[in-house]
Ligand binder design. Structure first.
Ligand code: PMV
Length: 347
Protein backbone atom coordinates (compact mmCIF):
# COMPACT_ATOMS: atom_id res chain seq x y z
CA UNK A 1 0.00 0.00 0.00
CA UNK A 2 1.23 3.47 -0.89
CA UNK A 3 2.32 5.49 2.14
CA UNK A 4 4.09 8.81 2.64
CA UNK A 5 5.63 10.09 5.87
CA UNK A 6 6.27 13.80 6.01
CA UNK A 7 8.22 15.57 8.76
CA UNK A 8 8.37 19.25 9.74
CA UNK A 9 10.20 20.71 12.75
CA UNK A 10 8.81 23.26 15.19
CA UNK A 11 10.47 26.64 15.55
CA UNK A 12 11.27 29.27 18.10
CA UNK A 13 11.69 32.97 17.56
CA UNK A 14 14.97 34.15 19.05
CA UNK A 15 14.19 37.80 18.46
CA UNK A 16 11.69 39.91 16.53
CA UNK A 17 8.27 38.46 17.40
CA UNK A 18 5.44 40.90 16.68
CA UNK A 19 7.72 43.57 15.16
CA UNK A 20 8.29 41.15 12.25
CA UNK A 21 4.61 41.63 11.30
CA UNK A 22 5.46 45.32 10.63
CA UNK A 23 8.49 44.82 8.39
CA UNK A 24 11.23 44.48 11.01
CA UNK A 25 13.68 41.54 10.83
CA UNK A 26 13.34 38.46 13.03
CA UNK A 27 15.78 35.70 13.87
CA UNK A 28 14.30 32.20 14.14
CA UNK A 29 15.55 28.68 14.55
CA UNK A 30 14.02 25.37 13.53
CA UNK A 31 13.53 23.43 16.76
CA UNK A 32 14.44 19.80 17.43
CA UNK A 33 10.81 18.76 17.97
CA UNK A 34 8.60 17.70 15.08
CA UNK A 35 5.25 16.95 13.53
CA UNK A 36 5.12 13.73 11.55
CA UNK A 37 2.21 13.15 9.18
CA UNK A 38 1.67 9.68 7.70
CA UNK A 39 -0.63 9.45 4.70
CA UNK A 40 -2.05 6.31 3.11
CA UNK A 41 -4.91 5.62 0.66
CA UNK A 42 -8.43 5.78 2.02
CA UNK A 43 -11.99 5.26 0.78
CA UNK A 44 -13.01 7.04 -2.47
CA UNK A 45 -13.84 10.56 -1.19
CA UNK A 46 -13.40 10.13 2.57
CA UNK A 47 -10.64 11.56 4.71
CA UNK A 48 -9.89 9.87 8.03
CA UNK A 49 -7.81 11.78 10.53
CA UNK A 50 -6.18 10.64 13.72
CA UNK A 51 -4.09 13.18 15.60
CA UNK A 52 -2.47 12.92 19.01
CA UNK A 53 -1.65 16.66 19.09
CA UNK A 54 -5.25 17.80 19.54
CA UNK A 55 -6.69 14.42 20.49
CA UNK A 56 -8.93 14.25 17.41
CA UNK A 57 -10.08 11.13 15.60
CA UNK A 58 -12.74 11.40 12.94
CA UNK A 59 -13.72 11.57 9.32
CA UNK A 60 -14.79 14.14 6.79
CA UNK A 61 -15.30 14.29 3.04
CA UNK A 62 -13.34 15.99 0.26
CA UNK A 63 -16.34 18.26 -0.50
CA UNK A 64 -16.58 19.34 3.14
CA UNK A 65 -12.92 20.36 3.44
CA UNK A 66 -12.98 22.17 0.08
CA UNK A 67 -16.00 24.26 1.10
CA UNK A 68 -14.45 24.89 4.55
CA UNK A 69 -11.26 26.19 2.92
CA UNK A 70 -13.14 28.43 0.46
CA UNK A 71 -15.26 29.92 3.25
CA UNK A 72 -12.23 30.37 5.56
CA UNK A 73 -10.35 32.23 2.81
CA UNK A 74 -13.34 34.52 2.12
CA UNK A 75 -13.83 35.26 5.82
CA UNK A 76 -10.10 36.01 6.25
CA UNK A 77 -10.22 38.44 3.27
CA UNK A 78 -13.16 40.29 4.85
CA UNK A 79 -11.28 40.48 8.12
CA UNK A 80 -8.20 42.01 6.47
CA UNK A 81 -10.06 44.33 4.08
CA UNK A 82 -13.12 45.33 6.13
CA UNK A 83 -12.01 44.44 9.67
CA UNK A 84 -14.93 42.01 10.08
CA UNK A 85 -13.55 40.27 13.14
CA UNK A 86 -16.32 38.03 14.51
CA UNK A 87 -16.64 35.50 11.69
CA UNK A 88 -12.86 35.31 11.32
CA UNK A 89 -12.40 34.69 15.07
CA UNK A 90 -14.82 31.76 14.92
CA UNK A 91 -12.64 30.21 12.18
CA UNK A 92 -9.30 31.10 13.78
CA UNK A 93 -10.29 29.50 17.11
CA UNK A 94 -11.55 26.25 15.55
CA UNK A 95 -9.11 23.60 16.87
CA UNK A 96 -9.28 21.86 13.46
CA UNK A 97 -8.73 24.99 11.34
CA UNK A 98 -5.20 24.09 10.20
CA UNK A 99 -6.12 20.51 9.31
CA UNK A 100 -9.26 21.44 7.38
CA UNK A 101 -7.81 24.47 5.58
CA UNK A 102 -4.72 22.49 4.48
CA UNK A 103 -6.81 19.60 3.20
CA UNK A 104 -9.27 21.91 1.46
CA UNK A 105 -6.53 23.96 -0.17
CA UNK A 106 -4.78 20.86 -1.56
CA UNK A 107 -7.95 19.11 -2.81
CA UNK A 108 -9.25 22.37 -4.32
CA UNK A 109 -6.01 22.67 -6.27
CA UNK A 110 -5.62 19.02 -7.27
CA UNK A 111 -9.25 18.02 -7.72
CA UNK A 112 -10.82 14.90 -6.25
CA UNK A 113 -7.80 12.62 -6.40
CA UNK A 114 -9.02 10.07 -3.85
CA UNK A 115 -9.55 9.78 -0.11
CA UNK A 116 -6.73 9.42 2.41
CA UNK A 117 -6.07 8.15 5.92
CA UNK A 118 -3.96 10.60 7.88
CA UNK A 119 -2.10 10.07 11.14
CA UNK A 120 -0.47 12.99 12.91
CA UNK A 121 2.12 12.51 15.65
CA UNK A 122 3.58 15.60 17.23
CA UNK A 123 6.08 16.66 19.86
CA UNK A 124 5.40 20.34 19.04
CA UNK A 125 3.06 21.71 21.70
CA UNK A 126 -0.06 23.36 20.29
CA UNK A 127 -0.49 27.13 20.71
CA UNK A 128 2.62 27.61 22.84
CA UNK A 129 5.07 29.50 20.65
CA UNK A 130 6.72 26.40 19.15
CA UNK A 131 5.23 26.99 15.70
CA UNK A 132 2.72 24.14 15.87
CA UNK A 133 0.44 25.57 13.18
CA UNK A 134 3.26 26.14 10.68
CA UNK A 135 4.77 22.71 11.31
CA UNK A 136 1.43 20.88 11.04
CA UNK A 137 0.57 22.79 7.85
CA UNK A 138 4.01 22.12 6.35
CA UNK A 139 4.05 18.40 7.18
CA UNK A 140 0.47 18.01 5.92
CA UNK A 141 0.67 20.01 2.68
CA UNK A 142 4.18 18.71 1.89
CA UNK A 143 3.01 15.14 2.61
CA UNK A 144 -0.17 15.41 0.53
CA UNK A 145 1.78 16.93 -2.38
CA UNK A 146 4.22 14.00 -2.33
CA UNK A 147 1.44 11.44 -1.84
CA UNK A 148 -0.38 12.72 -4.93
CA UNK A 149 2.87 12.99 -6.91
CA UNK A 150 2.89 16.80 -7.28
CA UNK A 151 6.28 18.40 -7.85
CA UNK A 152 6.14 21.33 -5.46
CA UNK A 153 9.41 23.10 -4.71
CA UNK A 154 10.10 24.31 -1.15
CA UNK A 155 9.04 27.80 -2.35
CA UNK A 156 5.72 26.37 -3.58
CA UNK A 157 5.23 24.59 -0.27
CA UNK A 158 6.13 27.75 1.65
CA UNK A 159 3.56 29.87 -0.23
CA UNK A 160 0.76 27.41 0.52
CA UNK A 161 1.69 27.16 4.21
CA UNK A 162 1.87 30.95 4.40
CA UNK A 163 -1.69 31.20 3.07
CA UNK A 164 -2.87 28.79 5.78
CA UNK A 165 -0.96 30.73 8.46
CA UNK A 166 -2.63 33.96 7.35
CA UNK A 167 -6.09 32.44 7.63
CA UNK A 168 -5.31 31.12 11.13
CA UNK A 169 -3.38 34.15 12.42
CA UNK A 170 -4.92 37.04 10.48
CA UNK A 171 -1.82 39.08 9.78
CA UNK A 172 0.88 36.42 9.95
CA UNK A 173 4.31 37.67 8.91
CA UNK A 174 5.37 34.42 7.24
CA UNK A 175 8.36 34.04 9.57
CA UNK A 176 7.29 30.72 11.17
CA UNK A 177 6.90 28.77 7.90
CA UNK A 178 10.32 30.01 6.75
CA UNK A 179 12.07 28.31 9.68
CA UNK A 180 9.87 25.23 9.41
CA UNK A 181 10.12 24.70 5.64
CA UNK A 182 13.79 25.66 5.12
CA UNK A 183 15.21 24.71 8.58
CA UNK A 184 18.39 26.03 10.21
CA UNK A 185 18.75 29.44 11.83
CA UNK A 186 17.09 32.09 9.65
CA UNK A 187 16.82 35.83 9.48
CA UNK A 188 13.43 36.75 8.03
CA UNK A 189 12.03 40.07 6.88
CA UNK A 190 8.81 40.95 5.11
CA UNK A 191 9.08 44.11 3.05
CA UNK A 192 5.57 44.93 1.82
CA UNK A 193 4.62 41.73 -0.02
CA UNK A 194 8.19 40.48 -0.48
CA UNK A 195 9.45 37.93 2.01
CA UNK A 196 13.22 37.59 2.31
CA UNK A 197 15.28 35.16 4.31
CA UNK A 198 18.91 34.36 4.91
CA UNK A 199 20.52 31.47 6.79
CA UNK A 200 22.95 32.15 9.64
CA UNK A 201 25.10 29.99 11.90
CA UNK A 202 25.02 30.52 15.62
CA UNK A 203 28.54 31.14 16.93
CA UNK A 204 30.16 28.24 18.82
CA UNK A 205 30.43 28.29 22.62
CA UNK A 206 26.98 29.71 22.70
CA UNK A 207 26.01 28.61 26.23
CA UNK A 208 22.91 26.61 27.03
CA UNK A 209 19.15 26.88 26.61
CA UNK A 210 16.03 25.28 27.95
CA UNK A 211 12.39 25.88 27.19
CA UNK A 212 10.05 26.31 30.14
CA UNK A 213 6.31 26.08 29.67
CA UNK A 214 4.73 29.12 31.33
CA UNK A 215 1.27 27.71 30.51
CA UNK A 216 -0.93 27.56 27.42
CA UNK A 217 -2.06 31.05 26.39
CA UNK A 218 -5.79 31.74 26.56
CA UNK A 219 -5.41 33.79 23.36
CA UNK A 220 -4.51 32.45 19.91
CA UNK A 221 -1.53 33.89 17.99
CA UNK A 222 -4.08 35.60 15.73
CA UNK A 223 -5.78 37.30 18.66
CA UNK A 224 -2.44 38.53 20.05
CA UNK A 225 -1.35 39.84 16.63
CA UNK A 226 -4.73 41.55 16.29
CA UNK A 227 -4.36 43.07 19.79
CA UNK A 228 -1.04 44.69 18.82
CA UNK A 229 -2.58 45.88 15.55
CA UNK A 230 -5.46 47.57 17.44
CA UNK A 231 -2.90 49.17 19.77
CA UNK A 232 -1.08 50.48 16.73
CA UNK A 233 -4.29 52.05 15.43
CA UNK A 234 -5.31 53.60 18.75
CA UNK A 235 -1.91 54.57 20.23
CA UNK A 236 0.09 54.98 17.06
CA UNK A 237 3.26 56.73 18.26
CA UNK A 238 3.98 54.84 21.48
CA UNK A 239 3.23 51.44 19.89
CA UNK A 240 5.36 52.25 16.82
CA UNK A 241 8.25 53.21 19.15
CA UNK A 242 8.03 49.82 20.87
CA UNK A 243 7.97 47.97 17.53
CA UNK A 244 10.95 50.00 16.29
CA UNK A 245 12.87 49.16 19.48
CA UNK A 246 12.34 45.40 19.01
CA UNK A 247 13.35 45.79 15.35
CA UNK A 248 16.57 47.61 16.28
CA UNK A 249 17.43 44.96 18.84
CA UNK A 250 16.91 42.21 16.23
CA UNK A 251 19.16 44.02 13.76
CA UNK A 252 21.89 44.37 16.42
CA UNK A 253 21.67 40.67 17.30
CA UNK A 254 21.88 39.66 13.62
CA UNK A 255 24.96 41.91 13.20
CA UNK A 256 26.60 40.20 16.21
CA UNK A 257 25.92 36.77 14.69
CA UNK A 258 27.34 37.83 11.31
CA UNK A 259 30.55 38.80 13.10
CA UNK A 260 30.63 35.38 14.76
CA UNK A 261 30.12 36.81 18.25
CA UNK A 262 27.04 36.72 20.34
CA UNK A 263 26.35 38.13 23.77
CA UNK A 264 23.03 36.70 24.89
CA UNK A 265 22.40 39.57 27.32
CA UNK A 266 19.87 41.03 24.85
CA UNK A 267 17.44 38.26 25.85
CA UNK A 268 16.37 40.18 28.97
CA UNK A 269 16.04 43.45 27.04
CA UNK A 270 13.92 41.72 24.39
CA UNK A 271 11.68 40.32 27.14
CA UNK A 272 11.21 43.81 28.66
CA UNK A 273 10.23 45.21 25.26
CA UNK A 274 7.64 42.45 24.77
CA UNK A 275 6.26 43.11 28.26
CA UNK A 276 6.07 46.78 27.36
CA UNK A 277 4.12 45.86 24.22
CA UNK A 278 1.61 44.13 26.50
CA UNK A 279 1.87 40.57 25.17
CA UNK A 280 3.32 38.90 28.30
CA UNK A 281 0.92 38.05 31.15
CA UNK A 282 1.66 38.35 34.86
CA UNK A 283 2.16 34.61 35.31
CA UNK A 284 5.06 34.50 32.83
CA UNK A 285 6.49 37.80 34.08
CA UNK A 286 6.70 36.40 37.62
CA UNK A 287 8.34 33.21 36.37
CA UNK A 288 10.89 35.20 34.38
CA UNK A 289 11.64 37.50 37.36
CA UNK A 290 12.31 34.46 39.56
CA UNK A 291 14.65 32.98 36.90
CA UNK A 292 16.42 36.34 36.60
CA UNK A 293 16.89 36.22 40.39
CA UNK A 294 18.97 33.06 39.76
CA UNK A 295 21.04 34.82 37.09
CA UNK A 296 19.14 33.25 34.16
CA UNK A 297 18.09 35.30 31.13
CA UNK A 298 14.66 34.44 29.78
CA UNK A 299 12.08 35.62 27.25
CA UNK A 300 8.86 34.44 25.66
CA UNK A 301 9.60 33.12 22.19
CA UNK A 302 6.39 33.39 20.20
CA UNK A 303 3.27 35.54 20.25
CA UNK A 304 3.08 35.44 24.09
CA UNK A 305 -0.15 35.32 26.10
CA UNK A 306 -1.85 37.72 28.50
CA UNK A 307 -4.76 36.33 30.53
CA UNK A 308 -3.14 33.09 31.70
CA UNK A 309 0.13 31.57 30.41
CA UNK A 310 2.43 32.97 27.71
CA UNK A 311 3.60 29.73 26.09
CA UNK A 312 7.25 28.75 25.92
CA UNK A 313 9.92 30.75 27.73
CA UNK A 314 13.45 30.49 26.35
CA UNK A 315 15.89 30.39 29.27
CA UNK A 316 19.63 30.91 28.80
CA UNK A 317 22.82 30.65 30.85
CA UNK A 318 26.45 30.11 29.92
CA UNK A 319 26.72 27.44 32.61
CA UNK A 320 24.61 24.29 32.07
CA UNK A 321 24.51 23.30 35.77
CA UNK A 322 23.22 26.70 36.84
CA UNK A 323 20.59 26.69 34.11
CA UNK A 324 19.44 23.18 35.06
CA UNK A 325 19.21 24.03 38.75
CA UNK A 326 17.25 27.25 38.22
CA UNK A 327 14.83 25.65 35.73
CA UNK A 328 14.15 22.66 37.94
CA UNK A 329 13.33 25.01 40.84
CA UNK A 330 10.25 26.15 38.90
CA UNK A 331 7.25 23.80 39.01
CA UNK A 332 6.94 23.98 35.22
CA UNK A 333 7.50 21.51 32.42
CA UNK A 334 11.00 21.86 30.93
CA UNK A 335 12.09 20.88 27.41
CA UNK A 336 15.58 20.45 25.95
CA UNK A 337 16.46 22.80 23.09
CA UNK A 338 18.18 21.84 19.86
CA UNK A 339 18.38 24.82 17.51
CA UNK A 340 18.76 24.94 13.73
CA UNK A 341 17.63 21.42 12.74
CA UNK A 342 16.71 20.28 9.20
CA UNK A 343 13.56 21.79 7.68
CA UNK A 344 10.68 19.92 6.01
CA UNK A 345 11.57 16.51 4.58
CA UNK A 346 10.08 13.12 3.82
CA UNK A 347 10.95 10.28 6.22
O1 PMV B 1 3.33 32.11 18.67
P1 PMV B 1 3.83 31.74 17.33
O2 PMV B 1 4.78 30.61 17.38
O3 PMV B 1 2.70 31.45 16.38
O4 PMV B 1 4.65 32.99 16.74
C1 PMV B 1 4.00 34.17 16.33
C2 PMV B 1 4.96 35.23 15.93
C3 PMV B 1 4.35 36.62 15.64
O5 PMV B 1 5.42 37.48 15.30
C4 PMV B 1 3.65 37.15 16.87
C5 PMV B 1 3.35 36.56 14.49
C6 PMV B 1 3.96 36.36 13.12
O6 PMV B 1 3.20 36.04 12.21
O7 PMV B 1 5.18 36.55 12.92
Amino acid sequence: MKQVSSIAPGKIILTGEHSVVYGEPALLAALGRQVEVSISSGDSDRILIQTDAIGFRGGTSIDEVVSYWKKAFRVWESYIQLNEVDEWKAIATDPLVILKVCLGLVYDELGSCGGVDIQVKSSVLVGSGMGSSASLATALIGGLGSFFGVKWSKEDLYERVYTVEQIAHGRASGADPTAVVYGGVVEFVKEKETKLFKHHSLPKNKGHFQLINSGKPAETTGELVSMVHTQLLTERQTTQRKIDAIGKLSRDVIKQIEKGLIQWDWISENERLLEDLGVVGLQAQQLIRSLEGEGIMAKVCGAGGVAVGSGMILAYHLDWEKLQRACSMTDKQIYPVVLGVEGWHLA
